[in-house]
Design a protein around this ligand. Structure first.
Ligand SMILES: [Fe+2]
Ligand SMILES: [Fe+2]
Length: 372
């Protein structure tokens, strides 16, 4: 029996200790960088109060943009958990070129930490070998945990290096105990959570570019569970018996984390949501509004471009009608259906409806690991 917690994407953002430089908000981005510390602190308080937790997992995007002082901040915060913590890095935990992040949103006075420096910084959080951006361990007798840094250098998408794939092949080949279940944590998804995620340039940055190679390896070793972050949504997809469980950001709506219990081959997953922080007593309502406002702006921008090519005022009016669309997706388990009449556009209605969810459940579910 094991019980553990999964958090993701805390995006810790503190002022540069020497200059005070800090970005609290990024335009059209719903991540609450300015409140990231108090959000993680709220999660730490809640999770430390839960009974019988064996360990805590964090699926990457530890920092805003890999500033060294934000890595210092997140390591200090993670050390406040009462139980062992295991983490991986995300696309925000490596240098971000101007195409991904305008330079005025990057601290000009620091050199960002690279992915190959993550193992040296996070030795207390899973990494054993400073030269390998992956690790494995057995935090409890029935869990074999694999952590992989999945960020492709200079891009937001994921990629698993041949070196890590070869290491993983050897690591999984050594697992012979049927009572011990392998759980693989990485930042980017390996099963499509949104339509066309793997190939559509709008979404391919969500995905591990060579996910097929990783999935083939995982199938060969009968791995059933992968845990990811990055999309900032609560969503579970399954493909050929392999689950990809995407978990929301602590720093954005719906501020969910997952409590997972493994008992006799059954993985029980229950999702909880942060309800308040020190400065935001009604976090869920505040954050829902903030996220919806951000996505109205994003969608309006999208509708001005091809293939929709709407005039600005019409794009804004239509985007307002889709105010609930992405928050519903992020929250998991919700449904929606927009008609051509609702939106005044059959192509747009078909597009947004293509994101309707399908089983399994996204927030609370059980996975029977011994069943094929
Ligand atoms: Fe993130
Ligand atoms: Fe990410």
């Amino acid at each position: 029996m094991s019980k553990f917690v999964l958090i993701s994407d805390p995006h810790i953002t503190v002022p540069n200790p020497e200059t005070g430089w800090m970005v609290e908000r990024v335009p059209n981005e719903p991540t609450m960088y300015g409140e990231s510390v108090e959000l993680l602190e709220a999660a730490i308080d809640e999770i430390n109060a839960l009974p019988d937790i064996d360990f805590v997992l964090c699926a990457g995007d530890l920092t805003k943009d890999s500033e060294p002082y934000n890595h210092d901040g997140v390591r200090e915060l993670l050390s406040r958990f009462h139980k062992p913590v295991f983490c991986v890095s995300g696309n925000h935990d490596q240098p971000r070129p101007p195409a991904l992040r305008p330079v005025d949103l990057l601290d000009p006075h620091v050199t960002p930490v690279r992915t190959d420096e993550i193992p040296g910084l996070y030795g207390d959080f899973g990494f054993k070998n400073t030269r390998l951006t992956a690790y494995s361990c057995d935090p409890t007798p029935d869990v074999h945990l694999v952590g992989i840094c999945s960020s492709k250098p200079d891009e937001d998408r994921g990629w698993i290096s041949p070196e890590v794939l070869a290491w993983l092949e050897e690591d999984l080949a050594r697992q012979r105990d049927p009572q011990r279940h392998t759980i693989v944590m990485l930042h980017h998804s390996i099963i499509e959570h949104v339509p066309g995620e793997k190939t559509n340039p709008t979404f391919s940055w969500f995905h591990v570019e060579n996910s097929d190679a990783l999935k083939t390896l995982l199938h060969r070793h009968n791995v059933r569970v992968t845990l990811t972050g990055h999309l900032h949504i609560q969503d579970v997809k399954v493909e050929g018996g392999l689950y990809n469980i995407a978990t929301s950001s602590l720093a954005g709506f719906p501020h969910a984390y997952r409590v997972m219990s493994l008992d006799d081959g059954v993985l029980d997953i229950r999702s909880r949501r942060l309800r308040a922080t020190r400065s935001i007593p009604d976090l869920q309502a505040f954050s829902l509004q903030f996220t919806a406002d951000s996505f109205v702006a994003i969608i309006a921008g999208m509708l001005c471009a091809a293939p929709f090519s709407k005039p600005a005022h019409e794009a804004r009016d239509t985007a307002e009608k889709l105010r609930a669309w992405w928050p519903t997706i992020a929250d998991g388990d919700g449904d929606f259906e927009y008609t051509a009449e609702d939106l005044g556009d059959a192509l747009l209605a078909a597009y947004v409806n293509s994101f309707r969810d399908r089983p399994p459940a996204d927030n609370d579910l059980q996975i029977f690991l011994r069943e094929p």
